[in-house]
Design a protein around this ligand. Structure first.
Ligand code: AP5
Ligand code: MG
Length: 194
């Protein structure tokens, strides 16, 4: 099983990725979580990306590709992956697609798009700011991250829709309802592919 979640900040990518990884017994690869760990550990990558993360800007494509390449290949050998947050730009998607054509059994099987209204996204992220201590959960940075999604990441959905991979999910339901909808949509999508 090889899945990608494409959705704006606060839509529930991390929440659903954890549940999907558990359900299908696959690796949970979150580019944002991995980058935050690099920052916390003060690695070379961490030092290079800390400012971008805090400001809600995307980090350079090459860095993310460097960071994800090995874990994705390993996950494929171990039975699959759910990607949360990568690819996130058309360039990343094109690069991933180029690599996928050279490696057997690595290409995406479904791209899950979680639809949530702007007001609800803002509400969830401001709520989370009180619980977690993410450097990018401030009102201004949240607004900026939403803009970055619209300009840089939204177009990915067109790229994947052309390839017949996108499943649209109402993300504005309970966590369990969203999860149930994703699993039925993904399972029937894969049934159709066989
Ligand atoms: P990333 O970590 O991917 O952050 P994001 O896209 O801004 O998304 P969030 O993690 O804020 O939200 P989420 O969709 O995971 O929602 P969650 O489940 O937490 O990226 C961070 C940064 O890293 C980027 O800005 C960029 O700098 C960099 N980066 C990452 N990938 C990159 C890439 N490929 N290229 C370049 N740069 C990259 O849910 C949100 C809240 O809502 C939680 O509190 C949760 O409990 C709650 N919630 C979840 N579901 C529900 C529900 N159904 N009902 C009610 N509440 C819910
Ligand atoms: Mg997340």
């Amino acid at each position: 099983m090889r899945l990608l979640l494409v959705a704006p900040p606060g839509a529930g990518k991390g929440t659903q990725a954890a549940k999907l990884a558990d359900h299908y017994g696959i690796a949970n690869l979150s580019s944002g979580e991995m980058l935050r760990r690099e920052v916390a550990a003060g690695t070379r990558i961490g030092r290079l990306v800390a400012d971008d993360l805090r400001q809600g800007d995307l980090v350079p494509d090459d860095l993310v590709i460097e960071m994800l390449a090995m874990p994705v290949l390993q996950a494929v050998r171990d039975g699959g992956y759910v990607l949360d947050g990568f690819p996130r730009t058309l360039r990343q998607a094109e690069e991933a697609y180029r690599v996928a054509q050279q490696v057997e059994g690595i290409e995406l099987q479904a791209v899950v798009s979680l639809n949530v209204s702007r007001e609800e996204l803002q509400r969830r992220l401001l709520d989370r700011a009180h619980q977690e201590n993410r450097s990018d959960d401030t009102p201004d940075t949240i607004a900026h991250r939403l803009e970055v999604f619209d300009t840089d990441t939204g177009p990915l959905l067109g790229f994947y829709a052309q390839r017949g991979l996108v499943v649209d999910i109402n993300g504005e339901q309970s966590v369990e309802q969203v999860f149930g909808d994703i699993v039925s949509a993904v399972d029937s999508q894969r049934g159709g592919q066989r």
